[in-house]
Design a protein around this ligand. Structure first.
Ligand SMILES: C[S@@+](CC[C@H](N)C(=O)[O-])C[C@H]1O[C@@H](n2cnc3c(N)ncnc32)[C@H](O)[C@@H]1O
Length: 304
């Protein structure tokens, strides 16, 4: 992404999601992706992606030849992001010389009809939602929702035996290098914030979503057919610069931690937090900061 692309993005979060694309490209577990390819229905399947954000996954799956024709629904609770996604996907398709036509409810990209659905997932599961999907995708989303509560409803969105691919599920380990004396204090407080988060009136995720998914999927009658790690690993190259827009990605990760903890002096001493953030900011500017986050991917079939 160029800096003018970044500037044209209406929301800062859209730039974060665009910057995350190259990090996810490296991280997505290839054997689990291989299982998705094996399970993918032939022809023109209906794919539903929940918490789809800017739509970078549909672009990736077109690039990687995993989807080509049919319908791909991007569902998200953030209307601004969905608006951004129409433009982002149109520009992405134009850069590749693909046919693209804006439509009132989304856009056509090549032979793929992309539809945008503005909905909060919990509400969506409680209401009518049209034809069942053949494939359900959630990337960097299930750690933001109450997984055991919503899994049965999610699987009811799929045809019996439909395919799921749940990726980039955070699993309780973030590592920043070089070591800092406040690392453990900051990360313990951040994980506690994730574990106690409430959004849309419901519990919203937990810090060990990845490892807990094995048993949640089994309990929902849809044990994983493939699972593997999809850790984010971000470091600067030999010249001290980060690939793509990944310096921005790292700045966003630090801001997220700051936003979660700055009003919680009971959990982390404000002086220690400021000290930690300042050190990490200096290391980032010098190309010295390394960041790893442990995550897990899963593929399988819905019950039936
Ligand atoms: C970390 S972002 C990931 C976006 C995209 N999947 C990606 O990887 O680039 C999480 C997305 O889930 C959406 N989201 C979070 N909670 C949601 C909910 N309860 N219902 C619908 N969307 C939700 C957010 O608006 C955001 O776009």
């Amino acid at each position: 992404m160029t800096s003018s692309d970044a500037a044209s993005m209406a929301s800062g979060y859209a730039r974060y999601l665009a910057a995350k694309t190259t990090v996810d490209d490296r991280a997505l577990n290839r054997p689990v992706l291989g299982e998705l390819r094996r399970l993918m229905p032939a022809g023109a399947p209906r794919v539903l992606e929940i918490g789809a954000g800017l739509g970078t996954m549909v672009a990736r799956l077109l690039d990687w030849g995993v989807v080509g024709a049919g319908e791909y629904i991007l569902l998200d609770t953030d209307r601004q992001l969905l608006d951004d996604s129409r433009r982002w996907l149109r520009d992405w398709a134009a850069a590749r010389g693909l046919r693209r036509d804006l439509r009132p409810d989304g856009l056509q990209v090549g032979d793929l009809r992309v539809r945008l659905v503005h909905a909060e997932l919990g509400r969506y599961l409680e209401t009518e939602h049209g034809p069942l999907a053949d494939v359900l995708i959630a990337n960097a989303v299930l750690d933001l929702v109450d997984v055991p509560a919503i899994l049965p409803g999610l699987f009811r969105l799929l045809v019996p035996g439909g395919v799921y691919w749940f990726t980039i599920n955070y699993d309780g380990e973030s590592i920043f290098a070089p070591d800092h004396p406040h690392d453990d204090q900051v990360m313990a407080a951040y994980h506690r914030d994730m574990d106690e988060r409430v959004r849309y009136g419901r519990p919203a995720g937990e810090s060990r979503t990845g490892r807990h998914l094995f048993h949640h999927l089994r309990a929902a009658g849809a044990p994983a057919l493939a699972a593997g790690s999809s850790d984010w690993v971000v470091s600067a190259g030999p010249d001290g610069t980060y690939p793509g827009d990944e310096a921005h990605f790292l700045r966003s990760i630090l801001s997220t931690i700051e936003d979660a903890l700055r009003t919680r002096p009971d959990r982390v001493d404000p002086v220690d937090l400021a000290d930690w953030l300042a050190a990490r900011g200096r290391q980032l500017a010098a190309g010295d900061l390394v960041y790893l986050a442990h995550q897990l991917d899963f593929a399988g079939r819905s019950p039936g």
